[in-house]
Write a protein that binds this ligand. Structure first.
Ligand code: ATP
Ligand code: MG
Length: 742
């Protein structure tokens, strides 16, 4: 048990304490997550626990994946073990039991963009001025209600019926009705509905209580009431619950996280063992001291102090630039300098650092743009992780709607989005009429469109376009089990006309859209390789649940940009925290709430403790925000740091323009060569064409199928090909069979 030897005494004590409730309460970088991972290994390896009986949950996909990887490294891969985010765990449960609540099991999961569209439509119907009351506002209220388990019916009782509350009530009610009608759930529903399933059907709860004999939760300080209830219900029977967290890192109170969950753990689970870890293995002493001097200004906290065996290390670099552009240039020039090849560490080691050793952690997403510019100027590769940006792009949303329809054709929202994308001669008015017709008939939009009488009533072009679309969706839907997801993707992209539409536009923008779509294919192929046999609905789930941090690939050599919130649990050798200004960090909004400032301070603590070796904290004397320039005051958090720990104050001295860019220009980023893109496009076209050409096969032909391998055609009637493969006979639809002659 090599992995136990690597732990310190306290960590080992926690990792091997397996029966009964356990709380690991410790500061940042003390090995909480590592201890939990070792505990999983210990359970399986030393205690002989079946991985099937283990549930480990955390907050981000990235953290879950890292935990799974680490556990598999210790005990071997391919284990049937649930190491998941809260959302994915609930989704899995609901896929088997949503019928308890009257949902179909193939329900869709709506992401924030879908939710916005839905609310926008509702506002239009209810004649609400979305300039005064934005969809985001309603969604915020709805989410809070769901968290507190207030249904639309209970809403008026809770909040009264004045004009505004009545309006919210209507939107909330309409929203819930629409979700049900579309057989869809939003992210909040995943948790809420799982708890409701447990409450409504005891046999389901018992099943999972029996199954999960060992339950672990990382980042427990950020659980909200529903997550708490979920875990509590599951743990009731075996009481083998281990939670891990740090009250100083609770940064999601604004989203309902309840710090009491961790502080009152011992009360909730009498007899709980508490282990405190005090040695920090991540950061240098100076970084740790800075983190400590900031967080000790919070009044509401359990006193605890971390120590490290690392020596002092570099001081924290403190820079105040003239404006935000200079701040960004400074950061970029530091990265260039330290990656250029001869950076001498204090201990005398000399080495150039990799770009991926650097992270820029900011308070708000909007801050990324200036850094993106400065980094590209110097050809420094970077990745922005934030706000589901990639998956928010129009073309990605569109193609995902096509895919969603293939897996659930009753998804009206998806259909409405792509019905005229590319143009099929169906205007907004027609779509509205069709939607009304569908709701009058009480069926889905797709089913209405399948009606010949309906398509016949439209213009010839629109009718033909719709028939083609519904054919395409139905055929792929029927054949999805016989196809790889990448085949479905290629087929949809080409045969829906989407690809051609972009190619016809033939401008810079459409070109970059194609690039993005091709990039999406690498996402699909990645999943197919990692999880052979993954189905389309499963894939759609994974994508829907991708949180921002998931684009972060530690293997890739690029500087990482993200918000402080998404950096929780991660670590980097070099960290920049820009925008240390009052109003930005702490943000103005922090002053409106009683605990606002303390929560911002915890966020600052999280940021500082991400750094292993060096930390820069920068600010600008003046900054343009949303088009307006203002002078700033340095963040009060800077003043809270012991000045002895800081170095290099004052305004960054601008070098002559020629020099500013000279040092970094040496490193050339290898841009993705154009040929690769061209090749990917050809592949997509050829793949789609190959499927269509399957009509040329006749009985006796020897063929190869990417999913089923070699086979022989038994018969064909022009519609269905019967093919014998090693694992049995398959019926493949002509035109949708990716067969090749052998
Ligand atoms: P956070 O609060 O930020 O989530 P954490 O408490 O979960 O931090 P980990 O991420 O588990 O901490 O560990 C921090 C770092 O310390 C990691 O690089 C880990 O490999 C290292 N580490 C943890 N325990 C030990 C140990 N006993 N010996 C050496 N290194 C350790
Ligand atoms: Mg951790």
């Amino acid at each position: 048990m090599e992995y136990l030897n690597r732990l310190n005494d306290k960590q080992r004590e926690a990792a091997t304490y397996t029966e009964g409730p356990l709380l690991i309460l410790a500061g940042a970088g003390s090995g909480k997550t590592s201890t939990m991972t070792s505990r999983i290994a210990y359970l399986i390896d030393a205690k002989g626990v079946d991985p099937y009986n283990i549930l480990a949950v955390t907050f981000t996909n990235k953290a879950a994946k890292e935990m799974r990887d680490r556990a598999e490294q210790l005990v071997g891969s391919g284990l049937n073990m649930w190491i998941l985010t809260f959302h994915s765990a609930c989704l899995r449960i609901l896929r088997s039991h949503a019928d308890v609540l009257g949902y179909g099991r193939d329900f869709s999961v709506y992401d924030p963009t879908d939710q916005k569209t839905l609310v926008k439509n509702l506002c239009k119907d209810l004649q609400i001025d979305t300039k005064k009351f934005t969809p985001a506002y309603f969604l915020g209220v709805i989410s809070k209600c769901k968290e507190q388990r207030i249904t639309p019916k209970q809403y008026p009782r809770e909040f009264g019926t004045d004009f505004k509350e009545e309006m919210i009530h209507k939107v909330y009610d309409g929203y819930e009705t629409a979700l049900h009608k579309n057989n869809a759930m939003d992210f909040d529903d995943l948790l809420l509905n799982t708890v409701r399933v447990f409450e409504n059907d005891e046999s389901v709860l018992l099943k999972y209580q029996n199954r999960f004999r060992y339950i672990m939760v990382d980042e427990y300080q950020d659980t909200n009431q529903i997550q708490y209830t979920f875990i509590r219900m599951l743990a009731e029977q075996h009481r083998n619950l281990c939670v891990v967290g740090d009250d100083d890192q609770c940064i999601y109170q604004w989203r309902g996280a309840d710090i009491r969950n961790i502080l009152e753990f011992e009360k909730d689970f009498p007899g709980a063992k508490v282990v405190k870890l005090e040695q920090n293995y991540r950061s240098t002493a100076n970084i740790l001291a800075a983190a400590h001097s900031v967080i000790s200004h919070n009044t509401e906290r359990k006193a605890k102090k971390l120590w490290t065996s690392e020596d002092g290390g570099s001081k924290i670099t403190h820079f105040r630039a003239r404006d935000e552009r200079e701040e960004a240039q400074y950061v970029a020039s530091e990265i260039s300098r330290l990656t250029a090849g001869s950076y001498t560490l204090e201990e005398g080691r000399t080495e150039g650092r990799r770009y991926s050793d650097f992270a820029i952690l900011y308070r708000t997403n909007a801050q990324s743009r200036t850094f993106e510019e400065a980094l590209s100027r110097r050809n420094i590769p970077y990745r922005v992780l934030g706000g589901l940006r990639y998956y928010d792009r129009k073309e990605i949303k569109d193609i995902m709607c096509y895919m969603r329809l293939v897996s659930n054709r009753n998804d009206d929202l998806a259909l409405a989005r792509v019905i005229n994308e590319p143009k099929r001669g169906i205007g907004a008015k027609t779509i509205e009429k069709l939607q009304t017709l569908a709701s009058v008939r009480g069926e889905s939009l797709f089913d209405t469109l399948m009606d010949e009488a309906v398509t016949a009533s439209l213009s010839a072009k629109a009718g033909a376009g719709i028939r083609e679309l519904t054919d395409l969706i139905s055929s792929f839907g029927d054949q999805q089990e016989n196809l790889r997801i990448s085949d479905i993707y290629d087929g949809l992209l080409v045969r829906s006309g989407y690809m051609k539409m972009l190619e016809d536009q033939n401008n810079l923008e459409s070109e970059s859209r194609i690039e993005n779509l091709m990039e999406f294919k690498s996402v699909i192929i990645d999943y197919e390789e990692q999880e052979p046999g993954i189905t389309l609905p499963e894939f759609m789930e994974r994508i829907a649940l991708l949180a921002d941090v998931d684009n972060h690939d530690a293997g890739e050599n690029a500087v990482v940009l993200m918000t402080l919130h998404s950096a929780k649990g991660l670590e980097f050798p070099f960290v920049f925290m820009p925008g240390m200004e009052d109003g930005l960090f702490p943000g103005w909004r922090a002053f409106d709430r009683p605990d606002g400032l303390e929560e911002e301070r915890r966020l600052c603590y999280v940021g500082i403790t991400r750094a292993k070796e060096r930390l820069w904290m920068t600010s600008a004397e003046g900054r343009t925000i949303y088009g307006k320039f203002d002078f700033t005051r340095e963040s009060q958090f800077m003043q809270e740091i012991d000045p002895k720990l800081l170095e290099g104050d004052g305004v960054y001295q601008k070098k002559p323009a020629a020099n500013v860019f000279a040092d970094g220009a040496r490193e050339k980023t290898p841009f993705k060569p154009f040929d690769q893109l061209k090749y990917a496009r050809q592949q997509t076209r050829q793949n789609a064409a190959a499927m269509q050409q399957s009509e040329s096969f006749t009985a006796g032909d020897l063929v190869n199928h990417p999913k089923f391998g070699d086979g022989q055609v038994l018969s064909t009637d022009g519609k269905i090909l019967r093919v014998r493969f090693a694992d049995g006979e398959k019926k493949l639809a002509v035109g949708f069979a990716p067969l090749k002659k052998r």
